[in-house]
Design a protein around this ligand. Structure first.
Ligand code: OSB
Ligand code: MG
Length: 368
């Protein structure tokens, strides 16, 4: 492989719903689509999952553009690569900026898979033919809206419900759902909204058989989560705190969590995500694939990654139609009876819908 050209599409896509977390609300998504062309003409696609504002991690759409344009793309153009695993090694001299790194690494994985005539799932070592998926429900304005959203999700077939919580909208939220749905696999995501002062408060969640509580404490903490985990029966799952396999090892060493949420963008790409998978497989630590409200390309990468065996818990990878009036891939990612079929055709397994891509594009830039 030798990259000859990279084209970045900057998209703005209206969402089907307003997504509210402990930080604030979103009803549209800006994202970058990375179109990389090899010297042999093979074209691969990646998606940058960073948001416009740095509320989840430090990255934004603009910082990603900057990193891609000024550092990452120049490192890759004209460089001979034998395997996509070499990309993260090449990028190791650049600190963090994992979503930017992952976006172009993903496009290179796509090229590699097409050239070697294998699906992305297969190239990563995926075994499942279909994956179980869950849904993430944002904070709702009323109890009625919350129950309505949960009912809709269950009716659609989602096998695991995640709800966002924050101080003032936590125990009641979970209690409201549990009173109606006694057995539904349920979990809560706090997006770093609590501190160790809330230990006793959070212990109330132990009464509701939650699968886990995701990222209760600070976005950059691994140490205090160990204290909280010792005080809770409910398993802790780390999301924001995990940027690498090294972070996973630290969390395991300290007992900061029992479950890991793996996001390709947050950990810097598929190669690092697979390393985390392999480590957790060995240690028998349950993992699942998190979501970043992806458009189709990022979603396709998530589906492929989730086909690996240690992704034993349903991820936040709902079907395209949940998020978008029209996705940018064809066919769209389809969820049926709580499952998504893993594609077997070479590459990411979906085609780019050029018309939809053009419709949502607000600017493009080409690098050669
Ligand atoms: O914390 O997992 C999170 C969305 C954006 C940023 C962070 C998170 C989320 C989700 C939604 O929970 C997952 C999805 O449906 O893509
Ligand atoms: Mg989360």
């Amino acid at each position: 492989m030798k990259l000859q050209q990279v084209k970045i599409y900057h998209l703005k896509m209206p969402m089907n719903f307003t997504f509210t977390t402990s930080f604030g609300s979103m009803d549209e998504k800006e994202l970058l689509v990375i179109e990389a062309t090899d010297e042999d003409g093979t074209v691969g696609y990646g998606e940058c999952v960073a948001f416009v504002a740095p509320w989840y991690t430090e990255e934004t759409v603009k910082t990603s553009l900057h990193m891609l344009e000024d550092f990452l793309i120049p490192m890759l153009l004209g460089k001979v690569l034998h395997h996509p695993d070499e990309v993260s090694e090449l990028f190791s001299s650049i600190r963090m900026n994992n979503m930017a790194k992952a976006s172009i690494e993903g496009a290179i994985w796509d090229i590699y898979c097409q050239q070697t005539k294998q699906s992305l799932a297969q190239a990563l070592g995926g075994e499942k033919t279909c994956i179980d998926v869950g849904i993430a429900i944002g904070l709702q304005p009323t109890k009625e809206a919350l129950l309505q959203a949960v009912k809709h999700a269950i009716d659609q077939g989602y096998g695991r419900i995640k709800v966002k919580i924050k101080p003032g909208a936590d125990i009641e939220v979970i209690k409201t759902i549990r009173q109606v749905y006694k057995d539904v696999p349920l979990m809560a995501d706090a997006n770093a909204a609590y501190t160790l002062d809330d230990i006793e408060h959070l212990q109330q969640l132990d009464a509701y058989q939650l699968l886990m509580i995701e990222q209760p404490l600070a976005y950059d903490d691994i140490v205090e989560h160990a204290t909280l985990q010792r005080a809770l029966k409910t398993p802790i799952c780390l999301d924001e705190s995990i940027h690498s396999l090294a972070d996973v090892k630290r969390a395991v060493m300290l007992g900061s969590c029992q479950i890991i949420n793996v996001k390709i963008g947050r950990v810097g790409g598929l190669t690092e995500a697979r390393k985390i998978h392999d480590y957790c497989y060995e240690k028998n630590i349950p993992i699942w694939c998190g979501g970043m409200l992806e458009a189709g390309i990022g979603r396709a990468h998530n589906v492929a990654l989730t086909s690996l065996p240690q992704f034993t818990l349903p991820g936040d990878n709902s079907g395209s139609a949940h998020y978008w009036a029209q996705d940018i891939i064809t066919p769209e990612v389809e969820m049926k009876d709580g499952k998504i079929t893993v594609p077997t055709t070479p590459g990411i397994g979906y085609h780019i819908n050029k018309e939809a891509l053009a419709k949502y594009t607000i600017s493009t830039k080409t690098y050669k």
